[in-house]
Design a protein. Structure first.
Length: 79
């Protein structure tokens, strides 16, 4: 459904600059050494987890081209 847009009086649009504030937000604080260290450790833990899961997961996903050992049942050989 279409929304109805309310008409804005032109006087309000023309005076919009009058209502703007000239106050600037405070400057951003620099992170402390402990914050940087914790962020770095969290990043390293995430990367190590991804690399570990990749290392453990790749052998399970690898398709063997020629199986080294085929399983034969003993009943097939007992004629």
């Amino acid at each position: 459904m279409f929304r109805r847009r309310e008409a804005v009086p032109f006087a309000f649009v023309a005076e919009a600059d009058h209502f703007r504030s000239n106050v600037e937000p405070p400057p951003r604080q620099r992170p402390t050494k402990s914050q940087l260290a914790s962020r770095t450790l969290v990043g390293l833990a995430v990367v190590a987890g991804l690399v570990g899961s990749l290392l453990f997961g790749l052998p399970a996903l690898a398709a063997d081209q020629s199986p080294a050992q085929t399983h034969h049942s003993e009943a097939a050989h007992a004629h």
